[in-house]
Design a protein around this ligand. Structure first.
Ligand SMILES: [Mn+2]
Length: 197
């Protein structure tokens, strides 16, 4: 089983993330940021990963530190769980629609952090949730998961739909990339022989 638990404590947030890449899509979230919980549930369900995220953050200021630090801690847990990447597909991609909205996410478990983030949200917030924070979440994730991630919302009118298609596509792309490829056996999916740097 490829799984990991990471706890990250700062003066701003206290976060524990457990991830099982070979799970069945079970999500448990107690972060105090319900819309982020709803989005991370998409990662679990569509990524077929088990994800348990507990966070206590300085929400009396705003959700910024909590959302960013959850992205960081999730990235750290992912990096630990994926291990040496032998025998995996490495690349993953998905297009996901939801009514009028359509998003595409492409991931490379490259060992190098990189984010291309292209979402033109039609509203500044979804309920209480500031949509700027999605960028913070994904930056935190890629910088610590050490992956290359291209996120494009191709169209959409409803901002809840825009966000949800991004997170569902992210889950699907992640699932494809972490899956073992039986033809790869225990080979590294790189001519360089390593994906750790
Ligand atoms: Mn929804």
């Amino acid at each position: 089983m490829r799984h990991a638990t990471v706890t990250r404590n700062t003066l701003e947030t206290q976060i524990t993330v457990s991830i099982n890449l070979d799970g069945s899509g079970v999500g448990r979230f107690e972060t105090g940021v319900p819309f982020l919980d709803h989005m991370m549930d998409q990662i679990a369900r569509h990524g077929l990963v088990d994800l348990d995220v507990k966070a206590v953050g300085d929400l009396h200021i705003d959700a910024h530190h909590t959302v960013e630090d959850i992205g960081i801690t999730l990235g750290q847990a992912f990096a630990r769980a994926i291990g040496d990447k032998k025998g995996i597909r490495r690349y993953g991609h998905a297009y996901v629609p939801l009514d009028e909205a359509l998003s595409r996410v492409v991931i490379d478990l490259s060992g190098r952090p990189g984010l291309v983030y292209n979402i033109d949200f039609t509203r500044a917030s979804i309920g209480q949730f500031d949509v700027d924070l999605f960028s913070e979440f994904f930056h935190g994730f890629v910088n610590h998961a050490m992956v290359t991630l291209h996120i494009d919302n191709l169209r959409g009118i409803n901002s809840h739909h825009q966000a949800e298609t991004v997170f569902k596509a992210f889950g699907r792309a992640l699932r494809m990339a972490v899956e073992t490829d039986p033809r790869m056996a225990d080979q590294m999916p790189s001519t360089k022989g390593t994906l750790t740097a």
